[in-house]
Ligand binder design. Sequence first.
Ligand code: URA
Ligand code: SF4
Length: 203
Amino acid sequence: MCEWGELLSEISVCTKCILHKSRRNPVPGEGSRSAQIMFIGEAPGAREDETGRPFVGAAGQLLTQLMELIGLRRDSTYITNVVKCRPPNNRDPSDDEISACLPYLIKQIVLVKPKLIVALGRHSSRTIYELAGLRWVSMAKQHGEPVEVSIAGVRTAVIATYHPASALYNPNLRRLIEDDFKNAIARAIGKEREPKRTLLDYL
Ligand code: URA
Ligand code: SF4
């Protein structure tokens, strides 16, 4: 079996942490296996647990819109989460659960070799920063700042931003996350728009 096949079948029967007891479906991740950009959320929610797919609920719709805002097609990216099974009542995953699940995420990073990782939310951001040997302080201080890192031998860049779920009902956070997409993320993937020309440019 290929490495992806092995990884997916391992996740499909995984019992390495307590979350396996309450999950309906593990949510390994989806998208292009040669994606330049990888989005990493925190953990599956209710819709994701039902369908086995990442970011398909309300937060996922916002994530898809944010990608489209900068001309990124969702299926050209790879989308996954730090933990692959839904924590009951959407509680935060514990440190033990994150550690148990982390080898799967590391393997995904090694297989995809993304040029850019976008960490969605503070749990994902802290995990990715620590994985890269960096210190995580806070979202307010560190969002929207690309940092060059090496994770399991893969040289890549990481940009932390707010979680789309937190932006659903908070217009201030929505503005911040949109700005991170339009500025840092668009720039990192070379999708920033040409600066608007004004009449003066033609004189
Ligand atoms: N929130 C996440 O962090 N991940 C999902 O897949 C869906 C919602
Ligand atoms: Fe295994 Fe990760 Fe699911 Fe825990 S969350 S059971 S480690 S796949």
